[in-house]
Write a protein that binds this ligand. Structure first.
Ligand code: FES
Length: 103
């Protein structure tokens, strides 16, 4: 059964932020691109390293380890060496808090 879990305040994840959090036993990276917040599984689909160690480049999430890029909105892999997407989670901003829906 899915549930909404508060993972951070809006203040903790402002524009340009990448932040690793945990919700429902899942490691998640929050990504704020131009005030839109997205949540992806915090595990690169290339070799499982944390995407929260990476950077935001032109609105895309770039893995620190081998440079694969992902679309924060969908989790789609945009560049090699990653070819598979990472899971994305629904996000809601409720007042000053960020919630993510997990299983
Ligand atoms: S682990 Fe992310 S690109 Fe290799």
């Amino acid at each position: 059964m899915s549930e909404w879990v508060r993972v951070a305040s809006v203040e903790e994840c402002g524009s340009g932020c990448l932040r690793g959090v945990e919700a429902g036993g899942e490691r998640i990276v929050l990504v704020n691109v131009d005030e839109s917040v997205y949540a992806l599984e915090d595990r690169c689909s290339h070799q499982d390293f944390p995407l929260s160690d990476g950077t935001l480049e032109d609105g895309k999430l770039e893995c620190l380890y081998h440079g694969a890029r992902f679309d924060p909105a969908t989790g789609k892999a945009l560049t090699l060496p990653a070819i598979r997407p990472v899971r994305s989670f629904p996000v809601e901003v409720r007042g000053s808090d960020i919630y993510v829906q997990v299983e």
